[in-house]
Design a protein around this ligand. Structure first.
Ligand SMILES: [Zn+2]
Length: 388
C-alpha cells in the first residue's frame, strides 16, 4: 500500500464517528425529493467547517449543494456526489443516507490533504434522485462544466462496478370519451376506460417484439367514477425503459401507436404527454470502475456481482453522458433483499451498512487522490469516454 493510500485511509478513520453520526441522523430524518432541508443543511455545515466554499441552494434547487476546495496548483477537477432523498412511507429504503455520508467522508478526507494536492475538489449534493432528477437540473444549470470526473457509490445487495442503468421516460396517456347511462343507454357513450384497457392490451402484444432488457410498465391512474356511468375520462401512466436512449425513444413511438389504435377503436380522443422524469442510460467508465474496484476490495469488501442483474434507472445516467463517471454498488445486505423495501431500510442503518459506507468513502477518496495527482490518467479516462 502506497504512503498516499495509507494517508487517505487514516484521514477517513479519523472522521469515522462523524460519518456514522451523519448517516444515522439523515436516516432518522427521512425527507422526500426536494424537501431534504435537514440533510442538506447538515452536509453543508460539515463541509463548511472543513474549509470548503459552500453554496446551499444551487441550480434553482434549494436543497442542492456545491462545495469547492479550489486548486492550489493546476490539475484535474474531480466531483464527488451525494444523494440524500428518502422514499415516501418507507424512509431510507434506498440507502441514500449512506450515499450522503460516504460522499461526505471522501470529500472531507481528500479536503484534509488538499494542501498537498493539485487540482480542484468539488462535492455536489444532488437532491431528488427518486423521481425528481436533481442531477439533470444541475447539468442544465452548468454545474458539471469543467468537471473532469464524477463519482458516487450506491448501497446494494452486491459489490459491483460497471453495471449500467436504463434510460427512462415517464408518460401519461389520457382518454376523453362521452358519459352515458351504462345500462339504459350504453350505445350513446364512449368508454374512455376501454381505451385505456385497449392500450394495455396493445402494449402486452408489443412486449413479445421488443428487445431484451427493455421495460414498459404502467398503472391506471383514472378509471371512471361509477359502474353505472360510461367512463368519460380515464388515464394511465407508464415508465418506458431501455438500455439505449435511442431505443427508449423508439419504444415511446410504439407506445403512442398503441394509444392511437385504442383511441381509434373506441372513438375516444387521446392526449399523450411526457411527464415527470426522463433519465438517460448510464455509461460507466471502465478505467474509473477498475480503480474504484481495486480500492473497495482493499477496503474489505468482496467483489460479487450477480450473474444476471436487472437494472433500474437513475439521474446519474445523465451525468455519465456529459462527463466520465461511475456509480458502483457496495454490498450492505444479502442478495435476497429487494431495494426500496423495509428490509433494505433496516440494512441502511445497520452496522454492516456503516462499514460498507466507510469502505466506499475510502475507495472514493483514494480514487480521487489518484486522479488529482495524475492528469495523464484523467486524459485516458476521457479518451475512453469519447470513444465508448
Ligand atoms: Zn437510490
Amino acid at each position: 500500500m502506497s504512503n498516499r493510500e495509507t494517508q487517505v485511509r487514516e484521514a477517513v478513520d479519523r472522521i469515522e464517528n462523524q460519518l456514522r453520526t451523519v448517516s444515522q441522523e439523515v436516516f432518522e430524518h427521512p425527507e422526500v425529493k426536494n424537501e431534504e432541508v435537514f440533510a442538506s443543511k447538515l452536509l453543508a455545515a460539515e463541509l463548511e467547517k472543513a474549509g470548503f466554499a459552500v453554496e446551499l441552494g444551487v441550480a434553482g434547487l434549494p436543497t442542492a449543494i456545491r462545495a469547492v476546495h479550489p486548486a492550489i496548483s493546476e490539475g484535474p477537477t474531480v466531483a464527488i456526489l451525494g444523494e440524500y432523498d428518502a422514499l415516501p412511507e418507507i424512509g431510507h429504503a434506498c440507502g441514500h443516507n449512506l450515499i450522503a455520508s460516504g460522499g461526505l467522508g471522501a470529500a472531507l478526507a481528500v479536503g484534509a490533504m488538499k494542501a498537498e494536492l493539485p487540482g480542484t475538489l468539488i462535492f455536489l449534493g444532488t437532491p431528488a434522485e427518486e423521481g425528481g432528477g436533481g442531477k439533470v437540473v444541475m447539468i442544465d444549470a452548468g454545474l458539471f462544466e469543467g468537471v473532469d470526473v464524477a463519482m458516487m457509490f450506491h448501497p446494494a445487495c452486491n459489490t459491483m462496478v460497471g453495471r449500467g442503468s436504463l434510460a427512462i421516460t415517464e408518460v401519461k396517456i389520457a382518454f376523453h370519451g362521452k358519459p352515458s347511462h351504462a345500462s339504459a343507454s350504453p350505445e350513446m357513450g364512449i368508454n374512455a376506460l376501454d381505451a385505456v384497457i385497449q392500450t394495455f392490451n396493445g402494449i402486452n402484444a408489443l412486449r413479445q417484439h421488443i428487445k431484451d432488457g427493455a421495460r414498459i410498465h404502467g398503472i391506471i391512474s383514472d378509471g371512471g367514477l361509477k359502474p353505472n356511468i360510461v367512463p368519460e375520462y380515464a388515464a394511465a401512466e407508464f415508465y418506458v425503459r431501455a438500455q439505449k436512449n435511442d431505443y427508449r425513444d423508439e419504444l415511446l413511438g410504439k407506445l403512442r401507436k398503441c394509444a392511437e389504435g385504442a383511441a381509434l377503436a373506441t372513438g375516444a380522443t387521446m392526449d399523450f404527454s411526457e411527464v415527470g422524469i426522463s433519465y438517460k442510460a448510464m455509461k460507466p467508465n471502465k478505467i474509473l470502475g477498475e480503480l474504484f474496484l481495486k480500492h473497495i476490495v482493499a477496503s474489505g469488501m468482496t467483489h460479487n456481482p450477480p450473474k444476471d442483474s436487472a437494472m433500474g434507472s437513475t439521474d446519474m445516467g445523465d451525468v455519465t453522458q456529459v462527463v466520465p463517471g461511475i456509480h458502483p454498488y457496495v454490498q450492505i445486505a444479502e442478495d435476497n433483499v429487494a431495494g426500496h423495501s423495509r428490509e433494505f431500510a433496516v440494512a441502511s442503518s445497520s452496522e454492516r451498512g456503516a462499514v460498507a459506507m466507510l469502505a466506499a468513502a475510502k475507495a472514493m477518496a483514494i480514487t480521487t487522490v489518484e486522479l488529482l495527482e495524475d492528469a495523464d490518467l484523467v486524459a485516458k479516462i476521457w479518451e475512453e469516454f469519447r470513444t465508448a
